[in-house]
Design a protein around this ligand. Structure first.
Ligand code: FE2
Length: 258
């Protein structure tokens, strides 16, 4: 059970606008057809019926099935670029479509408590696909999900209910192996409140460590998680409460014993 939950948490793991730069030829052509006026369509020798199709508003609400249908073809293309820019294009493509998603249509997961955390933190996988899968999380009032990293992975976190504080960090300099007790340094890169519909993202190359602290009513949400490289596990870490450098938000940290 612990291993199963560890596997889930290991990938509690974003692109452009409605007319993305990187799209399949067919997809881009269909999009353009929706918007071309009849005269222009005729001038270009395109079928008149295509030009008369009603335009689809760029902000139209999507249910989960519609979300997947629009999201996946482009996400699969963007996922091939594992550079920092590629991962951001991927994450923000997903995030842009999540802003249109009716969150009540998300598939729900069977949740299980993560061992050793009180108040409880629960997880479950709500969707498994390519290139991403979705982990649902539920934090009891005041629950804390300790800081942990997501090596080679990205996460698009979406709050569905309640409120949680989320902080992101990234390693500055070099970090030792997970088995080491040697101290290293992390920099806080985000410190924000997530409420329903708000989104936080991390990639393999930025903001890769995160921690959650639920508000008085608890919180529920999902992590849309993706590997951009091999699964090498993950680790929790201790981050000192007092910064080494207050202005730069640099903190001393150590990996937690597994
Ligand atoms: Fe996580």
């Amino acid at each position: 059970m612990k291993h199963e939950l560890l596997a889930q948490i290991s990938l509690f793991t974003t692109a452009p606008t409605d007319q993305p730069e990187v799209v399949s030829e067919g997809f881009e052509q269909r999009r353009r057809l929706l918007w071309l006026p009849l005269a222009a369509a005729v001038a270009f020798g395109l079928p008149a019926e295509a030009a008369t199709a009603p335009p689809v508003p760029a902000t139209a609400e999507l249910n989960w099935e519609e979300f997947l249908k629009q999201c996946l073809p482009v996400a699969k293309e963007l996922h091939q670029d594992t550079s920092g820019r590629g991962q951001d294009a991927y994450l923000y493509w997903i995030a842009a479509l999540v802003t249109r998603l009716n969150l009540k249509t998300l598939p729900t997961a069977k949740l299980g408590a993560f061992p050793g955390l009180t108040p409880p933190v629960e997880f479950g996988i709500g969707y498994k696909g390519v290139p991403f899968f979705m982990v649902e999380w539920k934090l009891a009032p005041g629950a804390i999900l300790p800081p942990h990293c997501h090596p080679n992975a990205s996460v698009c976190t979406v709050c569905l209910e309640g409120e949680t504080r989320i902080r992101n960090f990234e390693v500055t300099g070099n970090a030792p192996e997970f088995s080491s007790t040697q101290e290293f340094q992390v920099r806080e890169t985000h410190h924000e409140i997530l409420t329903p519909g708000r989104i936080n993202t991390l990639s393999a190359l930025r903001d890769n460590i995160h921690t959650f602290t639920a508000g008085k009513s608890g919180a529920r949400g999902v992590d849309i998680s993706t590997y951009h490289g091999p699964d090498v596990g993950f680790s929790f870490l201790d981050i000192q409460s007092k910064p080494l450098e207050a202005e730069a938000r640099i903190f001393a940290a150590r990996w937690k014993k597994q």
